[in-house]
Design a binder for this molecule. Structure first.
Ligand code: AGP
Length: 611
């Protein structure tokens, strides 16, 4: 998804906007652009990275104005090109010097485009956003705010926009519906952005724009209204994140930093929520729903990508610990199926960003069908957090690397606590719960032990990094871990990888195995250990190169694999919290060894805010 940033104040806008774009670049990096009013309108756009845009304008004094908008793109409508880069303009012939940057999708843009073409408008790009800019121009009568309000009443879809107009050099108008937008409130200045990472360097005071809300900002005042011009009073709050949390520090990549942050972010996620001695879980965010959660009869887990893999682990935990029938769904499929949602169903949305459009729409669908909706979400105040009835924040801090790591551990940890919380209200015994929680509290230090093996994992990866097809196998809760390992490798190293239940391999995929093909098998001690060993032998007998994730002290494993990476011995329900870490590092080292851009993998974006 795109990143937008805008500024009105007393400082030169150019550098501030470029810095903001760099912080938002993980949201999309197909093209970048900036528009600043400095006497007249100055616009620059380029295909590719923000660095290219910076090179275009850094020594250009024309861009020294104190009001501007900027954008980094993840292409949806119209290929990555300068022509399709934002900001987009109203009609150049009959226009008013209006420029728009947009994150989201205008669904009815084709109809609006035809209407405007019949009115004589001519378009220069293939984007939906340019249509919105032209519509604002078409409705402009000297008041940018009302033109934006009127235009937004005509559009369907999702938008976060920032708009400036050459004729009103002291006014910045922003609006949102669906896509996130935050307004940072400073001294005689406002910094507006898709997320707080582009704001915290300037102010920690901000307000979130609600859905279908427009804000008119001048240097010393702001006004927020609905698109129907009903005045609103937003609540200004302290921003969640600090600047150093979003700095790279001594790490080469945010992904590696976030992998190494996992022991501490897991401690923060657990803090004040686990009472092992008292065999209790405390989740303040659920207090109002405690009775309902005691009576639930079915759990629905919803998510996409890595969040879906965490939800799949949740399915084992809710059935294993709570004894409640549980289903896990691709949110995008649940949304359009005719799902049967019986009474006393709780639908849990799992999401790092809290902005994934597929998952948000599935929450709205589950709600419409009568389910209690909960969120296991990382970003505070995000759309899913606001849409669900209640929830539990992951508290893992900002996740900048596009490949999700610490948020996955946070999601599995929260689902473990949720399952135990509901379990104690169903069948989970006091002692069983205590034992599990004591073991749970040990996980952060276990992860530290695994991180210390990064060099060994690098060596194991280097041995097979030139192979273009890999398999990942696991059983039970380690099956979704295998899926997650394959996803991490695919998304940052572009190696084709497939994860599957170990038993499924011999029903077809085993045909893929040839001499030296890397097959990563999660083979930790547990109820299915012997079965997994059998699967490893099936791979070896076809010449596959087996990399085993095994339990510390399991010397037997060496007989069945080419390489072994050991993790501490933990109870089976908690194993995903340790077995995934070596797979994160394998993917990371493979991507670095293959010279890939780890934090900004091609074609991807950190949160996908369109369906
Ligand atoms: C994971 O590394 C990817 N970035 C992606 O699959 C992600 O998990 C998915 O888009 C869901 O995002 P969310 O957790 O923000 O909802």
């Amino acid at each position: 998804m795109c990143g937008i940033v805008a500024y009105i104040g007393t400082k030169p806008a150019k550098d501030l906007l470029l810095e903001g774009l760099k912080r938002l670049e993980y949201r999309g990096y197909d093209s970048a652009g900036i528009a600043i009013i400095n006497g007249g309108l100055k616009v620059a756009r380029t295909i590719g990275r923000v660095a290219g845009l910076e090179a275009l304008v850094e020594n250009d004094a024309d861009f020294d104005g104190s009001i501007g908008i900027a954008h980094t793109r993840w292409a949806t409508h119209g290929e990555p090109s300068e022509r399709n880069a934002h900001p987009h303009s109203d009609d150049l012939k009959q226009g008013y010097g209006i420029r728009v940057v947009h994150n989201g999708i205008i669904e009815n843009y084709a109809t609006l485009k035809q209407y405007l073409q019949e009115k004589g408008h001519s378009f220069t790009s293939d984007t939906d956003t340019e249509v919105l800019a032209h519509l604002i121009g078409e409705l402009y009568d000297g008041n940018l705010e009302t033109a934006v309000q009127s235009a937004l009443r005509e559009v369907t879809g999702a938008y976060a926009i920032a708009v400036i107009c050459e004729k009103e050099p002291d006014v910045l108008v922003v609006a949102r519906k669906g896509s996130p937008l935050i307004v940072g409130v400073g001294q005689d200045e406002y910094v507006v952005a898709s997320d707080s990472s582009a704001i915290v360097a300037h102010t920690t005071q901000a307000f979130l724009l609600d859905n279908e809300t427009v804000a008119r900002l001048t240097r010393d005042s702001f006004r927020t209204t609905t698109v129907d011009n009903v005045e609103l009073t937003p609540e200004i709050k302290e921003l969640e994140y600090s600047l150093e949390q979003i700095e790279l520090g001594d790490f080469e990549h945010f992904m590696l930093k976030e992998i190494h942050e996992q022991p501490n972010t897991l401690r923060t996620c657990m803090q004040g929520r686990i009472d092992a001695a008292g065999s209790k879980i405390v989740l303040g965010g659920l207090a109002d729903h405690s009775d309902e959660l005691t009576q639930i009869q079915r759990v629905l887990l919803l998510g996409q990508g890595t969040a879906l893999h965490a939800a799949m682990i949740g399915e084992y935990l809710f059935e294993g610990l709570a004894g409640v029938p549980t289903e896990v769904e691709f949110a995008s499929e649940f949304r359009y199926r005719n799902p049967i949602v019986e009474e006393r169903t709780v639908a849990i949305a799992v999401s790092q960003s809290g902005e994934t459009a597929d998952t948000l729409a599935a929450v709205q669908e589950a709600k419409r069908r009568g389910a209690i909706t909960l969120g296991a979400v990382n970003v505070v105040g995000s759309s899913i957090a606001r849409e669900t009835d209640a929830g539990v924040y992951l508290r893992v801090g900002p996740e900048i690397g596009v490949a999700s790591t610490k948020a996955f551990i946070g999601q599995v940890a929260v689902l473990t606590m949720l399952a135990a919380y509901i379990g104690r209200r169903h069948h989970l015994g006091r002692d069983e719960m205590s034992d599990l929680m004591y073991a749970f509290e040990e996980i952060p230090s276990h992860i530290e032990t695994i991180l210390a093996q990064s060099e060994h994992i690098h060596k194991v990866t280097k041995g097979v990094v030139n192979r273009d097809n890999w398999l990942f196998l696991g059983r039970g809760t380690n099956y979704p871990v295998a899926l997650e390992g394959a996803l991490k490798l695919k998304e940052i190293s572009y190696i084709h990888a497939e994860g599957m239940p170990a038993a499924e391999m011999k029903h077809g995929p085993i045909a893929l195995i040839d001499k030296g093909m890397p097959v990563v098998v999660v083979a930790t001690k547990g109820s299915q250990y012997e079965k997994v060993i059998g699967n490893m032998e099936e791979v070896r007998s076809r010449g596959g190169h087996v990399i085993a994730i095994a339990t510390e002290g399991d010397e037997n494993i060496h007989k069945h694999c080419n390489d072994a990476i050991f993790v501490p011995d933990v109870p089976e329900p908690l194993q995903p919290l340790v077995t995934v870490v070596p797979l994160q590092l394998i993917a990371y080292h493979a991507a670095v060894l293959r010279g890939k851009d780890v934090d900004k993998p091609r074609n991807l974006a950190k949160s996908v805010t369109v369906e």
